[in-house]
Design a protein around this ligand. Structure first.
Ligand code: NDP
Ligand code: OXD
Length: 309
């Protein structure tokens, strides 16, 4: 029985010592030196090449080396019936909440305006609300969305969430499905997207959605780049419907050097770092999940391929 690890060379160097500590007794094979494919029962992957997983004829479990699974589900040859586990790591969740809190505060405290004024040497005050007077809406009220909401609420923000089911979350107003989206958008001066990438969410951050936000709303996208219709964001910034945006994820990563987002005065770009995987904690979580799987214990974070997340 062997475990395959497939990610970038840089990620492999970061993960390797932690995987070997987590599984001293197991054979771990690192892409591309994978040997006899039929011996591989577990595949730990980030952006596997389409068809690669199907070539592992005795595969029992696919583990995403990230919270999102869109990079696995995009494979048209994905072997049917092999369960897919995603990474849920409290260390990563904390990282995302730190990122969201920083960016929501940046928008709330009008940091874009003050940075521009500093560049121009301009001393000018703007009226400032308290956090309790600022409404924040979170698209995607799952593991990451709920934790970020809790931390934003602790700062004082008035936070509500939107999910597919609209299931209640103690302490928050929640909205669900397409019918609940209007209500969430209408009350969100700052909109944070922490949605997974699925056929239903692709392109959701578009002109139609921006038009339903209060004028001058701020946007944070840390879900996936393909949620955003880039031209619609640029138009909404030009018109003032969106006042500023913070983007961590992009349709093309790395973001091409010539891309207009890099130099836009009201866009902050970060290079997909909102919540990086953290091998010291993640390797132990994955090792425990595989032990549970082998012992027939239920796994908490299996995804539903039909739902797409
Ligand atoms: P979860 O599966 O825990 O939560 C997903 C949430 O999105 C759920 O609330 C779900 O609804 C909701 N949702 C899914 N589809 C729809 C839809 N069509 N309409 C409305 N709501 C929908 O995922 P996580 O919180 O762990 O992660 C979310 C995403 O964050 C990841 O998929 C990934 O893309 C991104 N991410 C980005 C990182 C970064 O560094 N930028 C790092 C880690 C993750 P319901 O509750 O009803 O199921
Ligand atoms: C993830 C990510 O999905 O880093 O974990 O984007």
């Amino acid at each position: 029985m062997a475990i395959l690890f497939k990610s970038t060379a840089a990620a492999q160097a970061r993960w390797r010592p932690h995987l070997e500590t987590a599984w001293p007794e197991r054979e771990i094979r690192y892409w591309p030196d994978i040997g006899d494919r039929s011996a591989i029962e577990y595949a730990l992957v980030w952006h596997p090449e389409p068809g690669m997983l199907a070539s592992l004829t005795n595969l029992r479990l696919i583990v995403s080396l990230g919270a999102g699974v869109d990079h696995v589900l995009r494979d048209p040859a994905l072997p049917r019936g092999v369960p897919i586990l995603r990474l849920v790591d409290p260390y990563m969740t904390q990282a995302m909440s730190e990122y969201v809190t920083l960016q929501v505060l940046r928008l709330h405290r009008q940091d874009f305006a003050y940075r521009a004024q500093q560049a121009a040497g301009e001393w000018r005050e703007h009226a400032q609300k308290n956090a309790a007077e600022r409404t924040v809406g979170i698209l995607g009220f799952g593991k990451l969305g709920q934790d970020a909401a809790t931390k934003l609420k602790a700062v004082g923000f008035d936070v509500a969430g939107w999910s597919r089911s609209g299931r209640g979350v103690p302490g928050f107003v929640t909205h669900g499905g397409p019918a609940g989206l209007d209500a969430l958008l209408a009350r969100s001066e700052i909109l944070v997207s922490l949605l997974p990438m699925t056929p239903e969410t692709e392109g959701i951050l578009d002109a139609r959605l921006f038009a339903r936000l209060p004028r001058g709303a701020g946007l944070v996208n840390a879900g996936r780049g393909r949620h955003l219709v880039e031209a619609d964001l640029l138009a909404a910034l030009d018109s003032g419907q969106i006042s500023a945006a913070v983007l961590d994820v992009f349709r093309d990563e790395p973001l091409p050097p010539s891309h207009p987002f890099w130099r836009h005065p009201r866009i902050v770009v970060t290079p997909h770092v909102a919540a990086e995987t953290h091998p010291p904690t993640a390797a132990a979580i994955i090792a425990q999940a595989i032990d549970d799987f082998e012992a027939g214990r239920p796994l908490a974070n299996l995804i539903d391929p039909k739902r797409g997340y």
